[in-house]
Ligand binder design. Structure first.
Ligand code: UDP
Length: 234
């Protein structure tokens, strides 16, 4: 199968309490091991990485007279930083990896060329999509749905930090939160469940993309029906 995994920036710091901006080596080590296992099972794997561990556009908006688009571009650059760190780390562990950026910066990584991505994946390389969609007012959730659709992925895996799937509320703060094994995109939108941004879910629904929400420690077992929560595009 061809799968796209969305990793938020925060998931790179694991449960590292020293600060969100840190990278946790054990977490990165576990992520690459899990990706190797998926590849070993014959799956093609691509990633969309967020930047929330370093920077989120809206945090700077209004401060120092910085406008939203500028802040968002800085957020996109944060995703490139994460992608470069993952690339070198993955390669050091023997996983061939390419970064495909929506904003061209030829000195440091490839620009996004869909056919080129396809070729990398056929060769067994992991492709990391960086710089989101290259446009402000979007997030990497929307990016992951768009890229999954464009590369004709069989499934989008939203790998979450600290939870093992989709819940009715945040289980960390709300003890009445209930695990949802399977649902529809329409229900996620209606109940405003925190699987991904609403615009990302709406896009997946409109174009028939299956989404699975799992915990980061379950990446290797992402396709196991016992693991995580499924969101059907209806
Ligand atoms: N961003 C953007 N357009 C995109 C993707 C990302 O403007 O297509 C900016 C936005 O400011 C966002 C930041 O990049 O806050 C980091 O991405 P995101 O918040 O999605 O990262 P995550 O929460 O997944 O770590």
């Amino acid at each position: 199968m061809k799968i796209l995994i969305k990793l938020s920036g925060e998931s790179l710091s694991g449960s590292n309490k020293e600060g969100d901006r840190q990278f946790s080596e054990p977490t990165l080590g576990s992520i690459v091991l899990h990706i190797k296992m998926l590849q070993g099972d014959g799956h093609e794997v691509a990633l969309v990485v967020g930047g929330g561990n370093l920077f989120r556009g809206h945090e700077l908006t209004g401060k120092l007279a910085i406008e939203r688009p500028t802040a968002d571009y800085i957020g996109m650059l944060a995703t490139v930083q994460n992608a470069l760190i993952l690339r070198d780390y993955f390669e050091s562990k023997g996983v061939e990896t390419r970064v495909s950026s929506a904003i061209t910066m030829p000195q440091i990584c490839e620009g996004y060329i869909p056919k080129r991505v396809e070729r990398h994946m056929k060769k067994g390389r992991v492709v990391i999509f960086a710089a989101g969609l290259g446009a402000p007012y979007f997030t990497t959730d929307s990016t992951s749905v768009q890229r999954a659709l464009e590369m004709k992925a069989d499934m989008l895996i939203m790998a979450k930090n600290g939870v093992d799937g989709l819940y009715t509320a945040d289980p960390d703060t709300d003890k009445s939160a209930v695990f949802i094994k399977e649902t529809t995109a329409s229900e996620v939108l209606e109940r405003d469940l925190k699987a991904a941004d609403q615009s990302a879910i709406a896009l997946a629904k409109e174009h028939g993309l299956l989404i699975k929400v799992i915990g980061v420690p379950d990446i290797a077992r992402a396709l196991d029906p016992e693991v995580g929560s499924l969101i059907r595009p209806i």
